[in-house]
Design a protein around this ligand. Sequence first.
Ligand code: GTP
Ligand code: MG
Length: 196
Amino acid sequence: MIQKAEFVVSNNNPSNCPKPDRAEVAFIGRSNVGKSSLINMLTGKKELAKTSQKPGKTQLINHFKIDDRWYLVDLPGYGFAKVNVKVKEGWENMITTYLTKRENLCGVFVLIDSRLEPQKIDLDFLLWCGTNGVPAAIVFTKADKQSKSKTHQNIQKFLKKMNEIFEEIPDYLITSSETGQGKDDLEEFILDLVKE
Ligand code: GTP
Ligand code: MG
């Protein structure tokens, strides 16, 4: 179990991130999908990562140090329409540079809203990860928002789409930051990635 979680630093420049001297995993996904909330759920600290009902809350690369042993990183969302093109390009550039250059990054969790039908932007992003050697796993979020059967319906549709694009489907988990669903599985998955 995670005992200690502390904020380290926020950056807009990937080259200013902390020394890559420990394993690191990052959360990414569309704006408002629940990245920051999932970090708070996982660490048991309600206000560790800043969340908002409005998309576009997280705008920087945020490093959290977990149990003095590994880094958990909260990233800005992609696909946020309400910022101007220059800002959007700046974020995208920051995120893609971080994801492709960060040498201690051993896992990237791509969060997908379990309420939605498969979204092109998520499939495109997963494809981009695949072609750029980014080690992606999928986390379906907000499972508390609808019935179990609806969640599973959407997931099956998403996996079917994935099947059309990928030879190998990444691992996936189902979570709710509201109810804590998936916490233990996610923690186990991450600890397996960051263990030496
Ligand atoms: P950006 O930083 O803007 O990219 O968003 P984010 O992906 O970090 O999302 P954030 O964690 O800020 O959550 C967005 C909204 O969704 C907030 O109002 C959260 O309370 C809500 N939310 C996140 N996860 C869940 C969940 O599992 N269940 C429910 N019901 N609401 C959630
Ligand atoms: Mg956020």
